[in-house]
Ligand binder design. Structure first.
Ligand code: ADP
Ligand code: MG
Length: 451
């Protein structure tokens, strides 16, 4: 069923020759078989394999230099792999890093035609789409100016306008959008969303975790040329963030842990709860355990047993909407710490941060804690969330010199559900105590009315 596969990447590796001195490149060309090499190989990608099905929206994340742009260039065919195979089914439109794509000497208009032709459109076809492209780019008369006079923002506007108006089967976007202004970014994301809904395959690199969570049904984590994780965006993003924030000496260990975590468990959908015959009051469902908890490397403190309780101290994880509950955890300090405070955060299953709290303002933090001490943090809250499944984080912060940092941090450590509420008029996640009134202000066939 190869037509179901939009992109197939098979054992792909890419290495670059690195020369210590510029003249080494020349020596290498003059004496390619010399006993001593004049360069060393740098492996930008090694043995990367994955398939993207048609209609998938895949976010590629990873630290700088991890090989994301290289991978996209290989997929778009602007570079070939050192080994391995890449198969692409369908017409691909790409927004690679700045510099690729346009001829700087040509005007915007000429580049639109050039670009459209490269993408396989006829002149008439491009003619027919030109106005839509110019309107989307919204760069005014600059469309008649050589591209070399464009600002980076204008360049991206035009490049994006072309890429999405040629109705590609596959859209590839490499961080380019982070250049544009926010309003334009929004417009682009709305458009990508629409293309996705129309069945296009989208592959994009983004630094923004939120964008990947919002847009993608899958994410891939690259790190130093290796594909470390591939799966549900929320899990992959949390592993990426774990890697981003880990101290240098823990990196290798963490990379192995992430890589060996072959099966990434996808959180249960918010809808599939069996609360139909559930009791009225909050209760404990032992099966409701977070499968995706992420434990950050500790810096001298341990968070213990984060959970939710009723005011009477009964442990619960299925909450009655509107009820008051306490989120609590203990923290054991193995090392002394300064300016300590505690925090929590509630997120949706897709990672949207809904609500959180800290135990104190920074200047009000516990000035010093001694090694061996233990504390209990409690966060009382009213459950104003829509029925569904949620995750909670727990954190403890301390000050190291001028900077505040996590002494311990657990992401998605507690999972809970909010019971269905048939009487609920509020929509979306949070009930702002919305009260609506409706009254008629005009009566048909009646000239005089009062409103
Ligand atoms: N043409 C090249 N020659 C040499 N090294 C390169 C070349 N292109 C990329 N690299 C190196 O490959 C690694 C991956 O780069 P890249 O794919 O741009 O990473 P990312 O997009 O994830 O930041 C980096 O260390 C980069 O320096
Ligand atoms: Mg890059």
């Amino acid at each position: 069923m190869s037509s179901e596969v939009a992109i197939r990447v098979e054992n792909v590796a890419k290495s670059f020759a690195i020369y210590e001195r510029p003249y080494h490149r020349l020596l290498q060309q003059l004496f390619p078989n010399a006993r001593r090499g004049w360069h060393r190989e740098f492996h930008a990608l090694r043995d990367v394999s994955f398939e993207v099905r048609r209609g998938d929206t895949v976010g590629i994340v990873g630290r700088n230099g991890s090989g994301k742009s290289t991978l996209l260039q290989l997929i778009c065919g602007t570079m070939s792999p050192t080994s391995g195979r890449i198969e692409v089914n369908g017409r691909i439109a790409a927004l690679l890093e700045l510099g690729a794509g346009f001829n700087p000497e040509f005007t915007g208009r000429e580049n639109v035609f050039l670009n459209g032709t490269v993408l396989g459109l006829s002149r008439d076809d491009i003619e027919g789409r030109f106005d839509a492209i110019a309107a989307f780019a919204d760069i005014g008369d600059f469309i008649e100016q050589p591209v070399k006079s464009y600002s980076s923002g204008m360049y991206v506007r035009l490049a994006f306008a072309v890429a999405i108006n040629v109705t590609p089967d596959i859209l590839v976007v490499d961080e380019a959008l982070s250049v544009g202004d926010e309003a334009f970014q929004r417009k682009c994301f709305a458009r990508i969303q629409r293309m996705r809904d129309d069945g296009a395959t989208v592959l994009f690199v983004s630094h923004g975790a939120g964008t990947v969570l919002e847009l993608c049904n899958r994410a891939i984590l690259l790190d130093r040329g290796d594909c470390l994780a591939d799966g549900a965006p929320r899990q992959v993003i949390s592993r990426y963030q774990q890697l981003l924030y880990a101290p240098a000496e823990r990196q290798a260990e963490l990379r192995d842990a992430i890589r060996n975590d072959v099966e990434i468990v996808v959180a249960p959908a918010a809808g599939d709860d069996s609360a139909a015959e559930a009791p009225d009051d909050a209760y404990l469902d032992p099966g409701l355990q977070s499968q995706s908890a992420v434990v950050y490397p500790s810096r001298g403190a341990q968070i213990i047993d984060p959970h939710i309780e009723t005011l009477a101290g009964r442990r619960v994880n299925v909450l009655r909407p509107g009820g008051v509950f306490v989120y609590t955890f203990r923290v054991a300090f193995e090392q002394a710490a300064a300016c300590v405070r505690f925090g929590m955060l509630i997120k949706t299953t897709t990672g949207v941060e809904l609500a959180g709290g800290v135990s104190a303002l920074a200047y009000d933090a516990l000035p010093c804690v001694e090694a061996g001490q233990e504390f209990v943090a409690q966060f009382q809250f009213r459950c104003l969330l829509a029925p569904g499944t949620y995750f909670a984080n727990a954190g403890v912060l301390g000050r190291d010199g001028e900077t505040e940092q996590f002494l311990d941090r657990r992401v998605d450590v507690a999972m809970f559900r909010v019971m269905p509420d048939t009487a609920r008029l509020a929509t979306a996640y949070v009930d702002l105590d919305m009260r609506s009134t409706v009254h008629a202000t005009a009566v048909p066939g009646n000239e005089t009315y009062s409103g």
